[in-house]
Design a protein around this ligand. Structure first.
Ligand code: GLU
Length: 303
């Protein structure tokens, strides 16, 4: 590529440092990098260290070391969200100036109770559909805990390139006004991810389908902030025998550099692609890109 030219494809892998990489996170990392390589694009790494209480000491460095040991090479500096508060603040202020957000005094308990009283116990994936209690202002004497974005009564239509499927989501029905600045003072993932994907000029988001429920919210924020929409592709997450997403909480083993090739082949199989049988990492990567390129994952943009 010529110096200074902006690649037409920029992808990323955005792990949260809640623990070292395991077989599940490797699948998302592999899919995102294969898609970038198959498109002759760039692949970036962003460490989503915005939630200190959930962070495990040393996990960020460990993740970067594990990526290297598995042959992942980012095309640019690794970005750490913990250094980017000013950017989230700026987007937040932009939304505030537009009147798109409002302070909310509700506790989770109050939201749950209010939903029960109205006979509309709507909870999806542990998420309560916010009933709009503070939308017109907080009750007298209450103090702001979180800030929420007002969700318009519209449907977000978005296309998943992997599934070759359109999603039609009414945010007001699915989540309601959602949190951008949390009661514990932290920026919400939804805001940070949108700001960073835009600032890093990401054109294609490839990630696990545990995040499929977040996509419409992210597109909504992009629309409010006047940002272009990247393409989305969600790949199946790895589950344990109980059908739970593999995670540190469910006892996932950290990836070991000594079995890098084997772990990569397994991750490739999980993506439905035949193993490469390569004797080393270099040949694994070239064989895997070839397989990805010829697979259904390369589905074109929607008609
Ligand atoms: N940091 C998120 C996670 O580890 C992923 C964010 C994303 O890919 O959008 O689950």
């Amino acid at each position: 590529m010529t110096a200074g030219a902006v690649p037409r494809y920029i992808g990323r892998f955005a792990p949260s440092p809640t623990g070292p990489l395991h077989a599940g996170s490797l699948v998302a990392a592999l899919a995102s990098r294969l898609d970038a390589l198959a498109h002759h694009g760039h692949w970036l790494v962003r460490i989503e260290d915005l939630d200190p209480p959930r962070e495990v000491a040393g996990a960020s460095l460990k993740i970067l070391e594990q990526l290297r040991a598995h042959g992942f090479e980012p095309d640019g500096e690794v970005v750490f969200q913990s250094t980017r508060h000013a950017r989230y603040e700026a987007a937040f202020e932009q939304l505030r100036a537009m009147g798109a957000i409002y302070p909310c005094s509700c506790t989770r308990r109050e939201i749950a109770d209010s939903l029960r009283v109205h006979g509309a116990a709507r909870e999806r994936h542990d998420e309560l559909v916010y009933p709009g209690t503070c939308r017109q202002g907080m009750a007298a004497g209450r103090t702001a805990r979180a800030w929420r974005v007002r969700v318009a009564d519209t449907v977000i239509d978005w296309y998943d390139r992997g599934r070759r499927t359109w999603f039609h989501e009414a945010l007001s029905d699915r989540v309601g006004d959602f949190v951008l600045h949390r009661a514990d003072g932290l920026w919400a993932y939804q805001l940070a991810v949108v700001v960073d994907d835009h600032q890093q000029a990401v054109t294609d988001v490839v990630r696990g389908d545990d995040l499929i429920g977040s996509t419409a919210r992210q597109i909504y924020l992009q629309q409010l902030l006047g940002m272009p929409r990247p393409g989305y592709l969600h790949v199946p997450v790895v589950t344990d025998r109980q059908g739970e997403k593999l995670s540190k909480q469910t006892g996932a083993q950290a990836l070991d550099a000594a079995s890098a090739l084997d772990s990569l082949e397994k991750a490739l199989s999980h993506l439905g692609l035949p193993e490469t049988g390569a004797p080393n990492l270099e040949l694994f990567w070239s064989g895997a890109v070839q397989r990805w390129r010829e697979s259904h994952w390369m589905g074109a943009a929607p008609a």
